[in-house]
Ligand binder design. Structure first.
Ligand code: G3P
Ligand code: CA
Length: 322
């Protein structure tokens, strides 16, 4: 609710640029974050991982096959996780050309050869941006990165991002309950969001058997029942008891521009009663991942407090009524 957002120093109907403006530029690269700044996103979102030599970087997947040319540069290591590479090794990768090939209608020659980015580079874009967006940082696969929460704290502290006057400028997010607890103990006063997804154990299933090998995740989740009120309440209570100021649930989108965004949107965890229940418990709701005007309006009218979006430009225009 808007009063709670205001109290925490967080924009109402916050526009959270998911991996930057990842609709118009390759995700998690400098132009993606620069575009997100230019269109007025409230937050630059990133997935935090750590290289073998300790550099904090912004990468989503467990490996680098989908969004770099690693299969050409290090063919025998293409399946290896991010933490087995040094930053010098990762800097040799092209993190932009895949986008031009996948989305020729949005391709730009300048994307060819783009590099992966560090947390520091994303922070510097935010610092250089006229309207001073915040950073919305997810600890990704934290089990691979023991101590990453403390590393993050040290980096943010060193650059003044955890000073008293930076209230609401950093939001921490995770799907991982153990990481939420660690974040809470390391940075107790920084706002945290527990991300919710259907496979987290709070959703009663029609069939408790795990996903079949030949079944897509979309099919798997379509077999599940809607969350029970008791299960959802338990989930929210867990979040609250462990220091979260809100939750980040998945949503069902009306339409998709591409297979990429539809692949990960399979379960409504922000139904009207869920939004109401969250607010009754004084928890904010920042939903993922919304990319269409009709869906921004639908969820805004339902009362959600913020939107992870690959299209911050469209979000800003739609939510400001433009
Ligand atoms: O980070 C917010 C939400 O989008 C989580 O999903 O997989 O894109 O990090 P993911
Ligand atoms: Ca994320």
């Amino acid at each position: 609710d808007s009063a709670l957002s205001e109290k925490l120093g967080i924009a109402d109907h916050a526009v959270i640029a998911h991996r930057g403006d990842s609709y118009n530029a390759p995700e998690s690269t400098l132009p993606a974050y620069q575009l997100a700044c230019e269109v007025g996103a409230d937050y630059l979102e990133l997935d935090l991982q750590r290289t073998k030599d300790g550099k904090l970087i912004a990468v989503h997947d467990d490996n680098l096959k989908r969004n770099t040319n690693i299969e050409t540069v290090y063919p025998e290591r293409a399946d290896d996780p991010v933490n087995t590479f040094t930053w010098a090794e990762l800097e040799k990768l092209d993190a932009g050309s895949w986008f031009n090939e996948s989305y020729p209608e949005r391709a730009r020659e300048s994307f060819r050869g783009l590099k992966l980015v560090t947390l520091d580079q994303v922070r510097e874009i935010a610092e250089g941006c006229a309207h001073q967006p915040g950073l919305y940082i997810e600890t990704k696969v934290p089990e691979f990165f023991p101590g990453i929460e403390k590393d993050l704290k040290d980096d943010l502290t060193k650059h003044g991002w955890l000073d008293d006057d930076a209230k609401g400028k950093v939001i921490l997010q995770t799907f991982n309950k153990s990481s939420l607890e660690t974040l809470q103990s390391v940075m107790p006063t920084v706002p945290k969001i527990l991300l919710l997804w259907a496979g987290d154990g709070y959703i009663p299933t029609k069939d408790s058997a795990p996903k079949a090998d030949d079944e897509s995740y979309a099919e798997y989740y379509a077999r599940q029942e809607v969350a029970s009120k008791e299960g959802y309440a338990e989930w929210l209570d867990y979040a609250k008891q462990h220091g979260a100021i809100g939750v980040g649930p998945s949503t069902i989108q009306t339409q998709h521009d591409d297979a990429w965004s539809s692949q990960f949107s399979y379960m409504e965890l922000a139904a009207p009663w869920m939004v109401e229940m969250s607010h009754e418990k004084d928890l904010l709701m920042h939903v993922y991942t919304v990319d269409q005007a009709v869906d921004f309006e639908r969820y805004r009218d339902r009362g959600v407090d913020g939107f992870f979006t690959n299209r911050p430009n469209l979000a800003v225009k739609t939510l400001s009524g433009g």
